[in-house]
Design a protein around this ligand. Sequence first.
Ligand code: PMV
Length: 345
Amino acid sequence: MSPKPQAALAKAHANIALIKYWGKRDEALHLPAAGSLSLTLDGLWTETLVHFDGREADAFELNGQAQSGATLVKVSRFLDLVRAQAGGPVGGAWVQSVNHVPTAAGLASSASAFAALAVAADAALGLALGPDALSRLARRGSGSACRSLFGGFALWQAGEAPDGHDSHALPLEGAEGWGLRLVVAVVEAGPKPIGSREGMALTAQTSPFYPAWVAGQGADLAAAQAAIARRDLPALGALAERNALKMHATMLAAEPPFCYWRPASVGCLEAIRALRAQGLGVWATMDAGPNVKALCAAEDAERVAEALRAVAGVEAVGVQGPGPAAQVLALGEAALAGPVALAAT
Ligand code: PMV
């Protein structure tokens, strides 16, 4: 009988931070200046097959398209980190990923991508890294990926160690049972001014607001955890919205200044404020892009979605609930069928 192929298929869901990660204390190791807290989403995920088939150079296919250049290099460098833990020589790998996103319009996530890659590569080589080590590994691909190892709420503790061993995410109880929803409004994109990696570095180097941002994170994290423990949506929502606005304020004061917002982003923020003025419990958050995500209760999600759909320049709106932890879907021969070809719809 031929040996079992060193292959695994894994799935990881995207996460959206309610208390944001913006700024590193170590660029190379992706160590954050402060902790962050996120919600993993049920409807946005990446499925990835990793097959260490002994080829000379790694190969990577994303959504059916062979990748080269910087994208392939990023995946290959990440696999080097995994190979280094194998305790013996490991050859190249065939990597096949499919991003499941509700529209083709730019919600693909490096967080779900690197979490799925970490889980699949670990399982393919039988390393059996625990959740902390997998979260640390995913962090090396993209900081926010360390939170996608876990379902529901995840807390990424910044850690203090120079080697980053204490900088990983932990699952936080309490996302289920109070009907939380995140309504995602995809806004017409236009050219992105700057990637998150460069954007946070520029902010840290030049924004006079950056020290205040970092200094405030501990209090925001503690308050968010307390709000989650008491299932206090108004408190959590208000904290999340203010935290996101503080993060974007640091960028407006960078040199040169930059802004991810588009006219439709502002339209969504206004629509959310208008709903709140009518007594609805809904709060906004935004990341390194123009899309707006609205936190609300399940019973209000359709009304929020309708209001966001009516904003000029909004291309699509989807409703997300809390999602599950990253997981291995298949091992060995069974994994070789690869990700389900769920193309963007
Ligand atoms: O993981 P990165 O390097 O793509 O950075 C993510 C940064 C934000 O999405 C803006 C905030 C966050 O905490 O996810």
